[in-house]
Ligand binder design. Structure first.
Ligand code: FES
Ligand code: MG
Length: 560
């Protein structure tokens, strides 16, 4: 191995001549206890996203130690470095910070000497950001995750974050659970460290990362407190050294075939709609031509095989006990590109040859012959309200509402909706179509605000679902007939900006249509009166708002 290619000689900064730069760097490292033997080894960077603001990552420090052990065993030198850490309930969970973490991770990989890097993530926005950075990276990357929480228990019922969070809160709001009992639930929802243990965004992205070949197989499902999780981290450290010595770059791994496999796995799991935006962003950076239509097509072709909340009944620990992603991929093998090679250097087919099909003693992972449900959980809609596309989780919708025509009731922002939705005099019926705008990537960073609550007056009268349309996202753990990610978004002048109360909106999921039934001439008149969307005055928010791409392209920055 040449001095420049590996070890301390990589990414030499420009303090005069190269010899001087190396001498200076070695001097600082000598002061930190490293000698020439250390510095000649492959450097493996380890991104540590531990933070007191991220309870999902509480056990990450122990995981970092395991990765380091694997790196040392394989003859490499581990170098831990921090990046920002993003937690869904402590950082406004938006594309604003996903993109900031992606940018930071990409630049830290580029700036610091490392021959390979392990990116340790977990909570919803972290892994997507790390995959985006990986796709732009010129060194090998292995991704690993903190693992999911174990399910909790309350009054004899198994429960967990965060499908059950919403369910119990709704029972509290309706008066069924008093203050003392909802506090007990609060103490039981998040049972351990780790990521939400349903098939929400974190679980979806972990499994999708494994399916892309960017993770050592078997890494998506071990629970956070388990020995499996720790051993997997050690294996990840060893694998990173192997990749440092025989580089295989992320963009050689994240190919069209890899995304095909990831979409198939995502569909078979009933994965989160958020993964659509994240995968579009990663694919764009990897140079893979992936579009919304690919998600509609693969979803339509792929039956539901996994019995996990919110589509089914189980939790991530059940998926793990049934064999995890390798067993699910074994069940899906005829639908996968088995020639694909990921971080291990072995083909998917070779790996799956060692995996047994779903065992008969379990019911969590089903087979293509006996699936849990038909395909088509996701639909991509187009029409005069979303010319560049919108997304709907059909499996979470009410069948009777999949064809619906009703008058719009418009909310101008998530704050406007929060303020007015429960007003006793709100002019709304069960047929109304609730429209939320200015909640897209530019408008608000694209928060999970799309599943607007049913207005209190109707909820009390027994209305459980209504058609809702927005440029926002929704949590992977929500239900309802909710049209999301409308593009172009209203803050960019998309048609949502032109809707007025009482306009008729028509949804036809079978025809893949979402239309605003107002004639073009009237819409042009309204457009002329449209005020410009206010751009933040300074800082990251300004750079973000002026250059973020549409949701239909993954909401990455246009310059990345
Ligand atoms: Fe971290 Fe759910 S809040 S994964
Ligand atoms: Mg989330």
């Amino acid at each position: 191995m040449t001095e420049k290619a590996t070890g301390v000689g990589r990414n030499m900064s420009s303090y005069g001549d190269a010899g001087f730069s190396r001498y200076l760097r070695a001097a600082f490292l000598a002061g930190a206890g490293y000698d020439a033997d250390d510095l000649g080894r492959p450097f493996v960077g380890i991104a540590d996203l531990s933070s007191d603001y991220n309870p999902c990552h509480r056990l990450m420090p122990g995981l970092v130690e395991q990765v380091k052990r694997g790196v040392l065993q394989a003859g490499g030198l581990p170098f831990v470095f921090p990046t920002i850490s993003l937690h869904e309930s402590f950082v406004a969970p938006t594309m604003l910070y996903r993109n900031l973490l992606a940018l930071e991770t990409e630049e830290m990989i580029r700036a610091q000497p490392m021959d390979a890097v392990v990116l340790l993530g977990g909570c919803d926005k972290t892994v997507p950001a790390q995959l985006m950075a990986a796709a732009s990276s010129d060194v090998p990357v292995v991704v690993d995750v903190v693992g999911s929480m174990l399910a909790g228990s309350w009054e004899g019922e198994r429960l967990g974050a965060c499908t059950d969070c919403r369910r119990f809160w709704a029972r509290h709001r309706s008066g069924e659970l008093d203050e003392a009992r909802i506090r007990q639930v609060e103490g039981s929802l998040v049972n351990t460290a780790g990521t939400c243990m349903v098939m929400g965004t974190a679980s979806t992205m972990a499994a999708v990362t494994e399916a892309l070949g960017m993770m050592v197989p078997g890494g998506a499902t071990p629970p956070a407190p388990s020995g499996d999780r720790l051993r997997h981290a050690t294996a990840t450290g060893r694998q990173a050294v192997a990749l440092a010595l025989e580089p295989r770059l992320p963009r050689e791994i994240m190919t069209r075939e890899a995304f095909g496999n990831a979409l198939t796995v995502m569909s078979a799991m009933g994965g989160s709609t958020n993964a659509i935006i994240h995968l579009l962003a990663v694919a764009r950076r990897a140079g893979v031509d992936l579009t919304l239509d690919d998600f509609d097509r693969v979803s339509g072709e792929t039956p539901l095989l996994l019995d996990l909340k919110p589509s089914g009944a189980g939790y991530m620990e059940d998926f793990h006990n049934a064999g995890g992603v390798p067993v699910l991929m074994k069940a899906l093998e005829p639908r996968l590109a088995t020639g694909h090679v990921g971080v291990t250097g072995r083909s998917l087919g070779e790996q799956l040859a060692e995996v047994r099909p779903p065992a008969s003693w379990q019911t969590v992972v089903r087979t293509l012959e006996a699936p849990l449900g038909a395909g088509g959980a996701l639909a991509v809609l187009r029409g005069s309200l979303a010319p560049e596309g919108a997304v709907m989780k059909v499996s979470a919708a009410t069948p009777d509402l999949l064809r619906h025509r009703g008058p719009a009731l418009v909310f101008d922002s998530p704050e406007d909706a929060a303020r007015r939705i429960d007003a006793p005099d709100l002019d709304v019926t069960a047929d109304s179509v609730l429209v939320l705008r200015n909640a897209g990537p530019i408008g608000a960073g694209m928060p999970e605000a799309g599943s607007l609550p049913i207005p209190r007056r109707l909820a009390e009268a027994g209305v459980r679902d209504m058609v809702r349309v927005s440029d926002a996202r929704m949590s992977g753990t929500s239900y309802g007939t909710v049209v999301l990610h409308c593009a172009p978004e209203s803050a960019a002048g998309g048609p949502l900006a032109l809707v007025r109360d009482g306009d008729l909106i028509e949804l036809d999921v079978g025809e893949r249509r979402i239309d605003l039934l107002v004639d073009a001439e009237e819409l042009e008149k309204r457009r002329a009166d449209l005020p410009a969307f206010p751009v933040p005055e300074r800082g990251w928010r300004r750079l973000y708002a002026t250059t973020v791409l549409s949701a239909s392209e993954g909401a990455d920055m246009d310059w990345l």
